[in-house]
Design a protein around this ligand. Structure first.
Ligand code: FMN
Length: 331
């Protein structure tokens, strides 16, 4: 570099910096006139353990610059993964960012936000010039933390932290079959995890002599009813269970469903059917609780996120069960 001016393409430079994954914080303080001030910042970093110091930097163009330059105290909130809306709110200039938010009162009357992964209450130690930013270094006077998984920011997007899995197998691939059908195959991983999960409460299905298909019909109706046989078939189409048009009728004969609607062509759960499905869903919840216990809340939440993304990526356009819109029917 021949002088202080670089000739980087700003967009490309930002993209390169964005390869460095960070958490997301909101830094708050109280302005001289008593109003709460806050800004989303991912420039936060730890500096020193003894004494406990942290830093972050604020653009000189930020509307909150004056308030932070004058402040003796400020709070850093490490956002949890479900606080994206709050991050976006505090990344907008000059809005009434605090309206409707529940607050605690921090040191020197500074506002403290709720439900974060961690919070650090700081006293301003130093302020440095840092190009188009001011770098604030604070002494941490108090902190708290929760088990809420933290939100990340990388390559210009919000992200979730997932621990890197150990390799499943170190065996060399024996032949072409092993190369095609390996432990890395998503289809194998998804199929095996689904069946192992179902095995955890299959005894409850057996007790009531319910097939997987029966269970899918009953659980669909526990969320949305009445539905016609065709609508039920649409909702459970993803399971690949061969559900013929007579399946609901057979459940009717067993007293688990009942006819509904003027023409009697739709179905609802009977009292017995509701009792059966609640009993089985409770067992499924127990299996889920023990899985979450073993994986940890953070990984379970990441897994849900990944599975939802996979479902969207492979959705052939099935009706949505958990939305207010009724499923489409060709009638
Ligand atoms: C994920 C994320 C991280 C950010 N990090 C910083 C940062 O470290 N420093 C900064 O000055 N602005 C940062 N911003 C932008 C500010 O939040 C934004 O400019 C905000 O409007 C400033 O508020 P103010 O103008 O009310 O002070 C970030 C925005 C996002 C979405």
């Amino acid at each position: 570099m021949d002088d202080n001016t670089t000739h980087f393409d700003p967009k490309d430079f930002r993209r390169a910096l964005g390869m460095f994954a960070t958490g997301v914080t909101i830094v708050t303080t109280q302005a001289g006139d008593g109003t709460p001030v806050g800004v989303t910042a991912n420039s936060f970093n730890s500096v020193s353990l003894t004494p406990p110091l942290v830093l972050w930097s604020l653009a000189k163009s930020a509307r909150s610059l004056q308030a932070f330059s004058d402040a003796s105290h400020w709070n850093v909130h490490v956002l949890a993964e479900d606080q994206v809306a709050m991050s976006n709110l505090f990344a907008r200039a000059g809005e009434d960012k605090f309206s409707g938010l529940q607050l605690d009162t921090g040191l020197n009357n500074t506002p403290l936000l709720h439900a974060c992964s961690a919070r650090f209450q700081c006293r301003t130690m130093f302020q440095y010039e840092g190009g188009d930013h001011i770098i604030f270094v604070g002494e941490v006077l108090g902190y708290d933390r929760s088990e809420r998984p933290p939100l990340l920011y990388v390559t210009g997007n919000y992200a979730l932290a997932t621990p890197k899995a150990e390799p499943v197998s170190t065996e060399p691939l024996a032949d072409i079959g092993a190369a095609l059908y390996s432990e890395e195959l998503l289809g194998y991983l998804l199929g095996r995890s689904h069946h192992q999960f179902m095995a955890g409460f299959r005894s409850r299905l057996n007790e009531r002599q319910l097939s997987d298909g029966d269970f899918y019909v009953l659980s669909t109706l526990s969320v949305r009813e009445p539905l016609s046989a065709e609508e039920i078939a649409q909702h459970v189409a993803y399971t690949a269970v061969n559900l013929d048009q007579h399946a609901p009728e057979a459940l009717c004969e067993r007293g688990l469903l009942q006819h509904s609607g003027a023409a009697g062509t739709s179905y609802t759960l009977s009292a017995n059917g509701r009792d059966a499905v609640l009993h089985i869903l409770a067992a499924a919840k127990d299996v889920e609780a023990s899985v979450v216990d073993r994986l940890g809340e953070q990984e379970a939440s990441l897994l849900r996120n990944l599975l939802k993304r996979l479902i969207l990526a492979t959705d052939p356009g099935l009706p949505k069960l958990w939305t207010a819109t009724a499923p489409t029917s060709s009638h």
